[in-house]
Design a protein around this ligand. Structure first.
Ligand code: DQA
Length: 139
């Protein structure tokens, strides 16, 4: 199985910012754990703070033969119609992921503009949210 893990804006600060919410591990360390978990599969990792770059990755995932995308769009989740449209443009299924339980946080985090075009949503399990989302493609 070929899986693409995409992290959006500010996720490169994982391990540095709001450690009580997102933990102390860096995104590189988390990605290494994910790759180890899915060792029989092909995993690719992409992070960008730039909305359009995330749209391009989602668009290109179709030609690159990915079976699924695990997407933590960060704050883009709550307002990016561009990412929503990119997801709707491709036939690669996308699972929306959040490390924190966005529903137990500030009200603006309760709204996702991408959930409707995603296969499913997983939030609240820290770094394991990514693993749970990746495993969902094997069910
Ligand atoms: C997040 C939740 C978002 O609300 C926030 O803007 C993030 C990270 C999470 O993983 O819990 O940057 O997507």
């Amino acid at each position: 199985m070929k899986l693409l893990f995409i992290n959006g804006v500010n996720l490169n600060m994982t391990g540095i910012r709001e450690k009580g919410v997102y933990g102390v591990q860096s995104l590189d360390d988390i990605n290494a754990e994910i790759a180890a978990h899915f060792k029989g599969d092909t995993c690719e990792f992409f992070q960008s703070n730039i909305e359009g770059e995330i749209c391009t990755q989602i668009q290109e995932s179709m030609q690159e033969g990915f079976d699924g995308i695990i997407l933590n769009a960060g704050a883009f989740t709550h307002y990016s119609y561009a990412i929503r449209d990119a997801i709707a443009s491709v036939n690669v299924p996308v699972v929306e992921v959040h490390m924190s339980n966005v529903h137990s946080r500030e009200e603006f985090r309760h709204k996702s503009v991408i959930s409707e075009v995603c296969k499913g949503v997983i939030c609240g399990f820290g770094k394991n949210s990514y693993i749970l989302a990746g495993e969902s493609f094997k069910l």
